[in-house]
Design a protein around this ligand. Structure first.
Ligand SMILES: [Zn+2]
Length: 293
């Protein structure tokens, strides 16, 4: 029965061949369906890679923007040199963060040592012949600021910049008399000698020392532009509980351009800013080559 046996072998071979073809077709069909479900055009071997890799791309997209934001706070993105409208070049990274207040007095020898850092303010920038000096680190910034205001038609002038301990003592005693001998109360308006920023030459009162300054074009101009020259409103309206000093619209303190912008952006006082930066104000005592940061 070899004929019968040969036929059986052929039939089995045909059956196996058909089985292989059907299996191959099923595999091809399966692959085709999976490809369609996951979206066409993918040339990756495993279709399940597609959603994973797109997730990674999405999180990568969001990460760099987060990194950029945090690094913006640490490294200033502005150019280091700020050119004022009148053509003066100022270093935006230079700053002075010396903290002077009722709780942080200057050392006793400061009044003597600071003298070598003081320079005379040119009369075109001031309206007071009694006190006329400023710290030399501040001079280029304060004169550029007054010149820019005047170029804008605003009559900004330096009224009271550096004051010696002796002058500060006279002012303090006069204020004590004015409030009936209450030294604590007097100190919220006129600082005791050695606790006034005016003893450092790093600040100035502008045009006058009085509340009327708030309603002048000079005050408006300062609010809009002072930070470009490194000055901040040192004693804001609602911050007496932190500064210990009443609101003074006329008193502006040099801290540096980038520092001033950051302080305004954060809406904090110098006291709070120094705390946030973990900056040691003693490092910034006399200036010269001990610039902030
Ligand atoms: Zn002042």
């Amino acid at each position: 029965m070899t004929e019968k046996r040969r036929k059986a072998i052929v039939r089995r071979r045909i059956f196996v061949a058909l089985l292989v073809v059907i299996l191959a077709l099923l595999i091809a069909l399966g692959y085709f369906i999976v490809t369609i479900i996951n979206g066409s055009g993918s040339n990756t071997d495993s279709p399940s890679d597609v959603p994973i890799s797109s997730d990674v791309a999405a999180s990568n997209d969001s990460l760099p923007s987060g990194d950029t934001q945090s690094s913006k706070e640490e490294t200033p993105s502005e150019p280091e040199i700020f050119v004022t409208p009148t053509g003066v070049e100022l270093d935006a990274n230079f700053g002075r963060l010396l903290l002077i207040n009722g709780e942080n007095a200057l050392p006793d020898d400061y009044d003597t040592k600071v003298r070598e850092y003081l320079v005379e303010i040119d009369p075109q920038y001031r309206n007071n012949n009694y006190v006329t000096q400023i710290h030399k680190d501040v001079y280029p910034y304060i004169t550029a600021m007054v010149a820019a205001a005047q170029a804008d038609g605003v009559n900004l002038k330096v009224w009271s910049p550096f004051r010696s301990y002796a002058i500060q003592n006279d002012l303090f005693k006069a204020q004590v008399n004015r409030v009936g001998g209450d030294e604590e109360k007097a100190a919220t308006v006129v600082a005791r000698p050695g606790t006034s920023e005016h003893n450092t030459g790093l600040c100035a009162d502008f045009n006058m020392a009085g509340d009327a300054f708030e309603s002048t074009p000079m005050y408006t101009w300062m609010c809009e532009n002072a930070e470009d020259y490194g000055f901040i409103l040192r004693y804001p309206k609602d911050k007496q509980h932190i500064t210990g000093v009443i609101y003074e619209s006329w008193h502006w303190r040099f801290v540096g351009i980038n520092n001033a912008k950051l302080i305004n952006e954060l809406g904090v006082t110098l006291e709070e800013f120094i705390e946030m930066k973990k900056f040691d104000p003693a490092m910034d005592m006399y200036g010269d080559d001990s610039a902030a940061e």
